[in-house]
Design a protein around this ligand. Structure first.
Ligand SMILES: O=C(O)CCC(=O)C(=O)O
Length: 324
C-alpha cells in the first residue's frame, strides 16, 4: 500500500534557515510552534558517512532495540528488505551512543537545543536520545511526547511525512483516556490516512504538515500530537529535552499523581518530580522561582490585554465616547 499523492501534497510548516538562538527562543520555542529547520546540521559527519555499510561496520557485534526484541543491524536490514506488513517493526534505540560511540560522535546537538535541564539528574535522567531506523511504511502513530518535553528530530537519510496537531486538538480517530495515560490510535498509520486524514480538511484548526528530508530538522513543541511515516528507508536521530521554556510544564506533569503510569519511557518515575526539582534547585538556585514569577507576570499581562479588548468591544457597542 502506497502513500497517496493527496496525503503528501500539503506542506504548511514554517521553514527557517539561519535563525539565531535568540530568534528561535522568541519566535518558535516561546510560542510553542512547530518549525522545520534547514541547514542546521550541515556539519554533521553522519550526513556524509551514514550508509547501511558504514552502520553495519561500526555496529558489528551490537544489538539494537526493535519493538519488543533486540537484534543486530544486519538482521534488521534483512527483515526490512522483506517486510510485507502494514506496520513494520521500527528500530528505536536509546542506548545507541553508549553501544556504538562512533554513532554518538557523528552528530552534535544543534545550537537551539543545547540547554538540557534533565542533565542535572546525571545517570538518573529519563531516556532522552534515540537513533531511529526504519523502512518505507514504518513510523510512529499519533502520540504526545513523554513528560511534557519538547523534541527535535533530524533526518540523516530518507524522508518522513509529519502531521501535527496542537495540544488542545485531539486528532480525529485518536481517543486519549481522561488522564491522557493511554492513547488509542487506529490500527496503523496507513489506516489513519485512509479513514481520518480527509476528516481534517474541513476543520478550522488544520494540522501542521510537511515532508522532512535528509539534512532537515523538525522541532516538536511540547504537548503537540504527532504522527510520522517514513516514505523511504530513513535514518534519524531524535532528542527530547527540557529547557527553561518548558521546565514548569515538565515539573507540573511529573507532579501528577499518576505520573508513574503515564507513557514515559522512564523506569523510576516515582520520585522523579522531587529528584528533578531538588537537582534543579541545587544546580540553578532561584531558577524555578524566577520562572514562576515570569509566568505570573505574563498571565497578568494577558489578562490586562483581554480586559482592554473587552472595553474596546463595549466602545463599539456605543458605551465609549471621545471627549470633545
Ligand atoms: O518516527 C519518527 O521519526 C518520530 C519519532 C517520534 O515521534 C518520537 O520520538 O516521539
Amino acid at each position: 500500500m502506497e502513500m497517496r499523492h493527496e496525503w503528501l501534497a500539503r506542506d504548511n510548516i514554517e521553514r527557517r534557515r539561519g535563525m539565531s538562538v535568540e530568534q528561535f527562543v522568541a519566535e518558535v520555542e516561546e510560542p510553542n510552534r512547530p518549525v522545520l529547520l534547514e541547514g542546521c546540521i550541515d556539519t554533521w559527519p553522519a550526513l556524509q558517512k551514514w550508509s547501511r555499510d558504514y552502520l553495519l561496520e561500526i555496529s558489528a557485534g551490537k544489538e539494537f532495540a526493535v519493538g519488543p526484541v533486540s537484534m543486530p543491524l544486519d538482521r534488521y536490514f534483512r527483515y526490512a528488505d522483506n517486510v510485507q506488513e502494514e506496520r513494520p517493526l521500527y528500530l528505536f534505540d536509546a542506548k545507541f551512543a553508549e553501544k556504538v560511540p562512533e554513532m554518538g560522535r557523528d552528530y552534535e546537538v544543534p545550537e537551539y537545543f543545547r540547554e538540557d535541564l534533565f542533565s542535572v539528574l546525571g545517570k538518573e535522567r529519563p531516556d532522552y536520545r534515540w537513533v531511529i531506523i526504519g523502512p518505507a511504511g514504518s513510523g510512529s502513530s499519533f502520540h504526545v511526547d513523554p513528560n511534557s518535553t519538547s523534541a527535535w528530530n533530524a533526518i540523516i537519510k530518507g524522508a518522513k511525512k509529519w502531521v501535527m496537531f496542537p495540544p488542545e486538538v485531539v486528532p480525529p480517530g485518536v481517543h486519549p483516556s481522561a488522564d491522557a495515560a493511554e492513547v488509542t490510535s487506529p490500527v496503523s498509520i496507513m489506516e489513519w490516512f485512509m479513514n481520518f486524514y480527509g476528516a481534517c480538511k474541513t476543520w478550522e484548526k488544520r494540522p501542521i504538515e510537511c515532508v522532512c528530508r535528509a539534512g532537515e530538522v523538525v522541532f516538536v513543541p511540547n504537548g503537540w500530537w504527532h504522527l510520522v511515516i517514513n516514505l523511504e528507508e530513513s535514518f534519524a536521530i531524535t532528542q527530547n529535552y527540557v529547557s527553561r521554556r518548558n521546565l514548569l510544564n515538565v515539573l507540573d506533569f511529573l507532579k501528577k499523581p499518576n505520573a508513574s503510569e503515564l507513557v514515559s519511557r522512564t523506569k523510576d518515575r516515582v520520585n522523579l518530580h522531587d529528584n528533578f526539582r531538588g537537582a534543579i534547585e541545587a544546580a540553578h538556585p532561584g531558577m524555578i522561582k524566577q520562572l514562576e514569577l515570569e509566568a505570573q507576570q505574563k498571565a497578568a499581562a494577558r489578562k490586562k490585554k483581554a480586559s482592554f479588548w473587552d472595553s474596546a468591544a463595549d466602545a463599539k457597542s456605543g458605551g465609549f465616547k471621545f471627549s470633545s
